[in-house]
Design a protein around this ligand. Structure first.
Ligand SMILES: Cc1cc2nc3c(=O)[nH]c(=O)nc-3n(C[C@H](O)[C@H](O)[C@H](O)COP(=O)(O)OP(=O)(O)OC[C@H]3O[C@@H](n4cnc5c(N)ncnc54)[C@H](O)[C@@H]3O)c2cc1C
Length: 436
């Protein structure tokens, strides 16, 4: 069975006037990896060297499973290296109680447990393998911009606590002191969250995977997959990998790799930026105790500091903000809007990122049959989730026990009216911008 051709992901092309992610400033280089040349055989082939693929490779290699990881560009080139690096062990849309209605009690509780533990999982992994990635386990916050949301969050904190997670509600005055902005009336605090340099993280995970025996190939876009004689044949411009089992971890690229994956997720374009390093007086006011936050506003706001003192934030792409100068203006406007102690913010880095969201806003593992699965769990919030999913997929492949997974695999379902739906995120963000 031949499948459609690989199309390069548009986000990997740098837009005029934009920079590389701030993470390139102090991330260790990507691990040495050749392009795929000639014909090779492997037990498990993983396509996509973001955090989902890299962690799957690491945990398989640790179990002495013969594994190869093939990446189109360099490890971390996709959403992982473009991200804000926030480790957020929280649902995007759900709560521990509402997810039970959606998935049922058992599956809901399994997923809540996975999400709630995902922050600790990431930081433990970093510590265990001594990956240098500027990690700071100093808390993730979901701030409330209305009293009504604050009231709901007090109840949510109890839901998480009842399940043994370190989550609390921080009242308004304390939130203002913790963030240095007066725009919120409280926040949910996830003690095990925080931030890291996501490019250094994924490169580090890939390096450790390689050290444990995983075969890494970079600069090798998979152009075609074929199922033949009970094996997967994976073709790149100069090589072929034959595999018994297949894991698609190419995020938006999954759609081009297998026909069943077409039209299963929607693109979400985001501009991520980093200010000039804050001066000491600003450091005393803005996030003085560290931490990272992402609010629930339709035109969402997010902030964290990195180890070099940059304030890292983002804004979603809309039709209302267009062109290089407008992007920089918008970045400055956002910082001034939230942090009055930054009257004239300077932007050192501004880059474009492409996230892929499922209509459920939940992580998905798709069962493609023929010993193939796809991880589709970006949702613009997948750093921690995909790290755990990688470890669970590896355990499932190593032991044959599907119970290792907190996400129940299912066949992919295309989004209805996909061409129109793909425009929705940008349209909604344009409306959100206008009401901001
Ligand atoms: C701007 C932005 C900010 C974000 N901020 C955060 C945040 O702060 N916190 C958070 O938790 N999440 C955040 N996210 C989401 C997070 O980055 C993703 O959920 C996560 O990194 C997805 O990991 P992944 O491995 O599934 O995909 P990716 O990192 O996208 O990796 C997929 C890889 O597959 C490769 N590939 C694609 N097609 C092929 C092919 N045919 N052959 C070979 N290789 C291929 C790509 O080059 C890419 O490297 C953000 C995303 C964006 C875009």
């Amino acid at each position: 069975m031949a499948v459609m051709q690989y199309q390069p992901i548009s986000s990997s092309k740098r837009r005029k006037g934009l920079t590389n992610p701030v993470w390139t400033a102090n991330a260790a280089p990507a691990p040495q990896a050749e392009g795929l040349v000639g014909v090779h055989d492997v037990d498990v082939l993983i396509i996509g060297g973001g955090i989902a693929g890299a962690t799957t490779a690491l945990h398989l290699a640790e179990r002495n499973i013969d594994v190869a990881l093939i990446e189109a560009g360099q490890f971390g080139d996709g959403a992982t290296g473009q991200s804000g690096g926030i480790i957020a062990p929280d649902y995007i849309r759900h709560t521990p109680e509402t997810i039970r209605d959606v998935l049922g009690a058992d599956a809901g509780e399994r997923l809540t447990d996975m999400i709630g533990r995902s922050g600790a999982h990431v930081f433990d992994l970093v510590r265990r393998h001594e990956i240098e990635c500027d990690m700071r386990q100093d808390g993730f916050y979901t701030p409330a911009h209305t009293e009504a949301l604050a009231e709901q969050q007090r109840a949510m904190a109890q839901q998480w606590q009842a399940r043994g997670h370190k989550v609390s509600f921080v009242e308004g005055a304390q939130t203002r002191a913790l963030f240095g902005t007066d725009r919120y009336c409280g926040a949910l605090r996830f003690e095990d969250g925080g931030g890291l340099n996501p490019l250094a993280f994924v490169r580090g995970v890939a390096r450790v995977a390689q050290r444990h025996g995983a075969r890494l190939f970079a600069g090798s876009p998979v152009r075609q997959l074929e199922r033949k004689d009970g094996r997967w044949f994976c073709y790149t411009p100069s090589g072929t990998m034959r595999a018994q089992r297949l894991v698609l971890a190419a995020n938006g690229g999954n759609a081009a790799l297998h026909p069943a994956m077409r039209r299963t997720s929607l693109p979400l374009n985001v501009f991520q930026f980093a200010s000039m390093p804050l001066d000491p007086s600003q450091r005393q006011v803005i996030l003085p105790r560290g931490g990272a936050f992402t609010d629930k506003m339709p035109y969402l706001f997010t902030a964290r500091l990195d180890g070099l003192g940059h304030l890292v934030s983002a804004f979603p792409m809309s039709f209302a903000v267009n062109g290089e100068k407008a992007y920089y203006r918008e970045a400055k406007r956002r910082l001034k809007q939230y942090f009055p102690t930054m009257p004239e913010p300077q932007i050192d880095y501004l880059w474009h990122g492409l996230a892929w969201v499922n209509t459920s806003f939940l992580p998905e593992i798709y069962d493609l049959g023929d010993e193939a699965i796809a991880i589709q769990a970006c949702n613009g919030r997948g750093l921690a989730t995909n790290t755990v999913i990688g470890s669970q997929v590896a355990e499932m492949l190593a032991t044959g026990d599907a119970g290792a997974l907190s996400v129940t695999p299912r066949p992919p379902v295309p989004v209805r009216f996909h061409a129109g739906a793909a425009l929705l995120p940008r349209l909604l963000m344009s409306l959100a911008y206008l009401t901001n």
